[in-house]
Design a protein around this ligand. Structure first.
Ligand SMILES: C[S@@+](CC[C@H](N)C(=O)[O-])C[C@H]1O[C@@H](n2cnc3c(N)ncnc32)[C@H](O)[C@@H]1O
Length: 351
């Protein structure tokens, strides 16, 4: 038996594997969520199977019925989240089958979550994938009447936003968030501006009066916007190399590391956690309820948060371990079929 992580003790089921900070479980998330205590998770970041037109290998709900299915998970996510917690969902759009007409299912889902559950929309984000292939080919390449759909929606939801006492007492309103943890490098024009100190101060058409000093404070970077740009084209990551090496199919619908990375850093505090007493455990817990290849768990591990991964397909859980093991450790596992991997190597970030 490999070492257990502190996070695994939140559940009664046995984990498939552990790292030093997290544990992966095989099963239906609706059941695994029920095992978690109330207020035990600080952040849920996930990418559900999309309601696509075609049955994909990893199993999609059809467009009809998808929202009813998804809504079965939300009250349980709400229950296990801390009041300061967040639920981040990356969800792809779709054209209606056989027509150049977009489905509005993901907007209807968002409206239903906000109206029918206790979750609120903190902010919407967009993942722009510049390497996205034209799709659907019929409308984009053949008839040339639509353009490439290169953006997917990301909804950042939270159980408590309008906490009046927090506003009255001048506390930081929920959810836990800090854009200073995700500052980006200044663009060249911003650097020029900071150097020259020449700002267009004065009244804007929006009515805001921009103070001369407003942009003059040089921080360590610029505040990001709600567009996350990331290609999904890396082919030489440790995970993909190990899948090829051990002749295992890689997960077909991974999201890029940058998505969980941004939200883990933005929505949970960084170590050290000496003074962190907001959680059930001694550091934040990040959960992915549709974990696939466990991109989220790997990101959380590298950033020293606890993590939990729930995935219903055994084969994806099995290969997701590659993210945490060296080639030698995987060989040892395959050859001897032992469940004890010993200590985990500290592998670099991986897509
Ligand atoms: C889009 S993929 C997630 C990919 C993941 N973000 C990654 O980077 O590898 C969705 C995953 O949800 C899993 N899934 C679908 N229904 C599930 C359920 N009820 N409980 C747990 N996992 C489920 C699928 O098997 C699939 O692996």
């Amino acid at each position: 038996m490999s070492r257990e992580s502190a996070a695994s003790e939140l559940l009664s089921s046995e984990a498939e594997y552990h790292s030093s900070l997290g544990s992966a479980f095989q099963g239906d998330s609706r059941e695994l969520l029920e095992e978690l205590p109330d207020n035990s998770v600080d952040l849920v970041v996930t990418s559900p199977p999309f309601a696509l037109q075609h049955e994909k290998e990893y199993g999609n709900e059809g467009q009809d019925g998808y929202n009813d299915w998804f809504l079965e998970f939300v009250p349980e996510v709400r229950r296990v989240l801390q009041p300061h917690g967040s639920f981040v969902i990356e969800i792809g759009g779709a054209f209606k089958r056989g027509w150049p007409e977009r489905s509005t299912y993901q907007f209807e889902l968002l409206t239903r979550i906000v109206n029918e559950t206790e979750m609120k929309l903190a902010q919407d984000f967009y993942w722009y994938n510049p390497a996205k292939l034209p799709n659907p080919i019929e409308w984009v390449n053949v008839r040339k009447i639509r353009v490439t759909d290169a953006v997917t929606h990301i909804w950042w939801l939270s159980p408590e936003i309008n906490k009046e006492s927090a506003v009255e007492e001048g506390e930081q309103p929920h959810p836990e968030a800090n854009n200073q943890r995700v500052l980006q490098e200044y663009s060249d024009s911003q650097k020029d501006l900071l150097e020259s100190g020449e700002f267009n101060d004065g009244k804007r058409s929006s009515g805001w009066d921009i103070d001369e000093e407003a942009f003059a404070n040089e921080n360590e970077g610029s505040i990001p916007d709600n567009l996350i740009e990331a290609s999904n084209t890396a082919s030489n990551t440790h995970y993909l190399k190990m899948c090829r090496e051990f002749d295992v199919d890689a997960h077909p619908a991974r999201f890029p590391r940058q998505i969980p990375e941004f939200f883990v850093e933005y929505l949970t505090p960084d170590p050290p956690y000496d003074e962190w007493d907001a959680g059930r455990l001694d550091r934040p817990v990040v959960l992915d309820i549709f974990a696939g290849s466990n991109t989220t768990g790997k990101v959380a591990e590298v950033r020293e948060r606890y993590w939990l991964a729930f995935e219903k397909e055994q084969k994806y859980v099995d290969s997701s371990q590659f993210r945490f093991l060296t080639e030698e450790e995987i060989t040892h596992r395959f050859n001897d079929d032992q469940s004890d991997f010993g200590d985990f190597a500290t592998l670099e970030d991986d897509d």
